[in-house]
Design a protein around this ligand. Structure first.
Ligand code: RIB
Length: 291
């Protein structure tokens, strides 16, 4: 293993349709043409990190189908090492996504091959050369818990994007170097005082605040990192994954958490100005040009 960043998580084909508004229960609305794009929280995180220059490998699974080929192509063309992405008997995971005119999305995920990412895949990993392992939760929870434990024992810093939210063992939370949650997840976990996130056990935490940026929670206190202004919000799909990927990339390069968060809010902000998740992620040069 020569990659400094390992990402463990899902890879999905995103079937995206624009709608004027979301249907209520029992209602049908007509939308635009369906667009198929590479997505999945793990693959998105890995691609976002690679685009800003990280040396990154994804641990995950896709099916032996066309959607799996689409994902491999997106990962590889972005520079993500896919040697640890296995081909499952199950179909590639699919996310059914509706996007409304304000750029907001609603998502239903059919996990498919992602359900096959297993503890034995973690046991087969070499952590040699890695400094950060970043996980998200569209793969089996027991695999994520096992990976965080293995990374922690190997001296690799575990980062967890707790999305979608799930209950974790106290020991897993204590092993985390960085816990990433959004405002709603933070409220579910600890209420309104974000400093209490550290009482759960992680060394530090980040609360993502959408268009407002992010808050870094460390022993020294809470520091808000404002976002940058963007002209137009086209699609917020995968913005949280863009943040997690860029943050992880910078941590693996040796930035402290505040420096990494300042960089990651810019990456997340640019990602909402284009459609889709992976196709919207900026390069290091684009971030540098912001000054
Ligand atoms: O976070 C955005 C991602 O969530 C989408 O790409 C979709 O695949 C779902 O996993």
């Amino acid at each position: 293993m020569t990659q400094t960043l390992l990402v463990l998580g899902s890879a999905n084909a995103d079937l995206v349709v624009e709608v004027g508004r979301r249907p209520a229960g029992g209602e049908t609305v007509l939308g635009g043409d369906t667009v198929v794009l590479p997505g999945g929280k793990g693959a998105n995180t890995a691609v976002a990190a690679a685009r800003v220059g990280a040396s990154v490998a994804l641990v995950g699974a896709v099916g032996g189908d066309g959607y799996g080929a689409l994902l491999r192509e997106s990962l590889e063309s972005s520079g993500v090492d896919t040697a640890l992405v296995k081909t499952s008997e199950r179909p590639t995971g699919i996310a059914y996504i509706t996007v409304t005119p304000d750029g907001e999305n609603s998502i239903v995920v059919s996990p498919g091959a992602n359900a096959d990412v297993s503890k034995s895949d973690v046991d087969a990993l070499s952590f040699e050369g890695a400094s950060v392992l970043t996980c998200s939760l569209e793969v089996p929870l027991e695999t994520v818990i096992h990976a965080i434990d293995a990374a922690s024992r190997a001296g690799v810093r575990p980062v967890l994007n707790l999305s979608p939210v799930a209950e974790l063992p106290a020991e897993t939370l204590r092993q985390l170097n960085v816990l990433i949650v959004n405002e709603h997840e933070a409220a579910q976990l600890v209420g309104s005082d974000w400093r209490d996130l550290l009482r759960l056990g992680p060394t530090s935490a980040i609360v993502t605040l959408g268009s407002r940026g992010a808050a870094v929670v460390a022993q020294a206190g809470v520091v808000e990192v404002p976002s940058i202004e963007v002209d137009e919000v086209v699609d917020t799909t995968g913005a949280g994954d863009a943040f997690a990927g860029a943050l992880s990339a910078r941590l693996a390069e040796g930035d402290n958490i505040l420096q990494a968060a300042k960089y990651a809010v810019k990456v997340a902000a640019l990602s909402v100005t284009k459609a889709g998740a992976q196709p919207s992620y900026p390069t290091a040069a684009q971030i540098a040009s912001l000054g």
